[in-house]
Design a protein around this ligand. Structure first.
Ligand SMILES: C[S@@+](CC[C@H](N)C(=O)[O-])C[C@H]1O[C@@H](n2cnc3c(N)ncnc32)[C@H](O)[C@@H]1O
Length: 226
């Protein structure tokens, strides 16, 4: 493993806002913050917003800076990427952020029903060959429905036509509610009608958004509710 990666992994172990639950803890249901993020970690009752497949955690960190009265948790299996977001949280001394190194498949083992207010899916893997593994498949959406509060929101931001078309089919098939839907987020027709606050949130650019935008991909966005 590259030297830098090892250094970053070791560094993350020193950060008290980064959690790396092991499989046995997850499987026997003993992750200590499950159902207790507000009381044991954040020490407040502010809304909890999570970013799944957060990579370097751009949404998690930028939203946390903008909304100090909301709590943010970035989740990804790749610790080397997560370190960048975690390092910024440490440098900026943000108290409303946590990161969890976890396979999203275990999401029900770290949150109780109704514990989460919003979910961001930022440039999720389109899983071209494995539709069941897409984060907007019924398998994952059923899990998200459990941890979300009634009226909770899922934000999907993607460059992928495959994932977006698949998601539209899921919305129709399972009768999810869909708002603020666009195939071209930054196109004048959609963008010009957004409030300044919406523009500020939606213009946060993740690492993958930058890569795909540079290749000329249009950015798609929608909000889903159950
Ligand atoms: C295409 S990258 C996007 C990263 C980041 N959101 C961005 O926009 O730059 C997808 C991320 O999802 C993570 N990921 C994919 N499937 C996952 C799973 N089942 N559990 C945890 N992380 C997953 C990958 O490790 C990767 O960091």
């Amino acid at each position: 493993m590259a030297k830098n990666k090892l250094k970053h992994f070791a560094d993350m172990k020193t950060m008290d806002f980064v959690f790396e639950p092991d499989i046995s803890t997850l499987k026997n249901g003993s992750f200590s913050l499950k159902g207790k993020w507000s009381t044991l970690f954040f020490n407040n009752q502010h809304p909890i917003i999570i970013e799944l497949g957060c990579g370097k955690g751009e949404y998690t960190v930028e939203l946390a800076k903008k909304y100090p009265h909301k709590n943010f948790i970035g989740i990804d299996i790749k610790g080397a990427r997560m370190w960048y977001g975690a390092n910024e949280v440490r440098e900026k001394k943000l108290k409303n952020v946590a990161f969890v190194r976890l396979r999203i498949d275990f999401i029900l083992e770290i949150f109780n029903p109704n514990e989460v207010d919003e979910i961001w899916l930022t440039f999720s893997d389109p899983q071209k060959e494995k539709p069941r593994k897409r984060l907007t498949s019924k398998l994952f959406m059923d899990r998200f429905k459990q941890i979300l509060k009634p009226n909770g929101i899922i934000h999907l931001k993607t460059d992928s036509d495959i994932l977006f078309e698949f998601t539209i089919k899921q919305i129709e098939e399972h009768q999810y509610k869909c708002n603020n839907f666009t195939w071209n987020l930054y196109g004048n027709e959609y963008w010009d009608n957004l409030s300044d606050e919406q523009k500020e949130i939606l213009s946060i650019k993740t690492n993958y958004e930058q890569i795909f935008s540079n290749k000329g991909h249009l950015i798609k966005y929608c909000q889903i509710k159950f």
